[in-house]
Design a protein around this ligand. Structure first.
Ligand code: GLU
Length: 445
């Protein structure tokens, strides 16, 4: 049996770190098993789904390197869903209901007032053909509910272990609306059957749904795939992540210059007991991956942790891997430059700031003009090399009696315009004599 999994986003918005974590788990699961990964676009909601969101999802996944072996959209498969609905009707498992939203709401309120769970009372099952005809003559159109068995459905969840859902505590789910449109529930099952999906890996918010869907798989003559429901992401403060999801869209992170592998390295590990470490390829994440390692508690997503991981990843990144992107940023200063700059940036675009220090223009920060003038006089003759900084500052130390911060900081501020950064011994040869002398005089150079 070839493992086949799917990621099934609805193109009704941008994808964010929470969706991508689900996609990543599916990709890692497939790769580990030598299986296939399918991208399914859940666009049965024709009003809210847009082509632009779909394109965005594909672009984001591609940027992350989460490539799919196969892809299809639910909107191309309405005929199959209609067939499945007919099959369920013929088997007496899909029944017509005529209550309006208001009527249903009233029933729920009444049940709650009596201390009963707000489960649909199946009144529609008792309607005679004549009563249905009368309702339809009044202009009512039916919506269609799936008749659950009322049994306890249990599966051995890949994350949660044995998971029982008592379907007698659920309302029969509506599969088809009055206007003939499908809710997500039935199309998903039909697609999983037709695409031979072997494992469904998705968020914990679908657990109850799975109880009903397993019964639909069986009612259609199939067998439900194996299932794994992972706990959802929460914010670093333990609060809901959804409030900040706007800023945690993949598009947003890409625009901010975050590395795809920093995002994936973090998402692969949070919620497990494995340490969070930078990994440079998806393949490097596969070996450690195991759904059984996921804790049952929600996973905390901390943007600060992402920043730190991004910095660590860049510090280990070889020049060849970023050369083209550096060039696009106007920050390709060669391998020597990258090896110096990379330990001092959190995001790749910041390399451009160091590029300006070595070969662009900066406004020097002048704190002690006299000292800087003396330093300019003492700059070693000839080409500046890796040894020049040591020679220069030793000479200044002797001449001025300065040491430590008082000796070094004014030079750094003048030469780089900032108080921290790479070793000055490394930077000085790249800055060169001409710029160094100008900056020591306080001139923009
Ligand atoms: N479109 C559904 C969602 O995003 C898919 C759930 C599933 O994986 O079945 O929640």
């Amino acid at each position: 049996m070839t493992v086949k999994v799917r990621f099934a986003p609805s193109p009704t918005g941008k994808i964010h770190v929470g969706n991508v974590r689900t996609a990543l788990m599916n990709v890692l699961f497939a790769r580990k098993a030598g299986g296939r990964f399918v991208l399914r676009i859940d666009d049965t909601d024709l009003e809210r789904s847009t082509k632009a969101f779909e394109d965005g999802i594909r672009a984001d996944l591609s940027w992350l390197g989460l490539n799919w072996d196969d892809s299809f959209s639910q909107s191309a498969r309405f005929e199959r869903y209609a067939e499945a609905a007919e099959q369920l009707k013929a088997a007496g498992r899909l029944y017509a209901c005529y209550e309006t939203e208001d009527e249903l709401e009233r029933k729920r309120k009444l049940q709650m007032a009596q201390g009963l769970p707000p489960v649909y009372d199946r009144a529609a099952l008792k309607l005679t053909d004549a009563e249905k005809a009368k309702l339809e003559a009044e202009g009512r159109k039916p919506h269609w509910r799936f008749k659950l068995t009322g049994a306890v459905v249990e599966w051995d969840d890949l994350v949660r272990g044995p998971t029982p859902i008592d379907t007698s505590s659920l309302s029969d789910p509506i599969l088809v609306r009055e206007d003939g449109s499908y809710l997500y529930t039935l199309p998903s099952v039909v697609d999983d059957i037709d695409a031979n999906i072997t494992h469904i890996i998705r968020g914990e918010d679908h657990v109850t749904n799975s109880g009903a869907q397993i019964e639909i798989f069986e009612a259609l003559g199939g067998k439900a795939p194996a299932m794994g429901h992972h706990p959802l992401l929460i914010g670093a403060d333990g609060g809901k992540l959804s409030k900040r999801l706007g800023t945690l869209s993949i598009e947003g992170l890409r625009e901010e210059g975050v590395e795809p592998m920093a995002i994936l390295s973090l998402l692969a590990k949070i919620g497990t007991s494995d340490p969070v470490e930078p990994r440079h390829s998806i393949d490097a994440l596969v070996a450690d991956f195991d759904l059984g390692k996921l804790s049952r508690a929600p996973a905390r997503f901390d943007p600060e942790e992402l920043n730190r991981l991004n910095a660590r990843l860049l510090h280990e990144t070889p020049y060849a891997a970023v050369k083209d992107r550096l060039a696009a940023l106007g920050a390709d200063g060669g391998e020597g430059f990258w090896n110096i700059a990379r330990a001092n940036i959190e995001r790749l675009p910041q390399a451009a700031d160091w590029m300006a220090v070595v070969s662009g223009e900066i406004a020097p920060v002048v704190e002690e003009a006299d000292y800087l003038a003396q330093a300019a006089e003492a700059l070693p003759a000839g080409a500046l090399t890796a040894a020049s900084w040591g020679e220069w500052t030793n000479a200044l130390k002797e001449a001025t009696g300065r040491k430590g911060r008082a000796l070094f900081l004014p030079l750094r501020l003048a030469l780089t315009g900032r108080p921290h950064g790479p070793e000055m011994a490394d930077l000085l040869p790249l800055i060169g004599r001409e710029k160094a002398l100008k900056r020591l005089r306080g001139e923009t150079a």
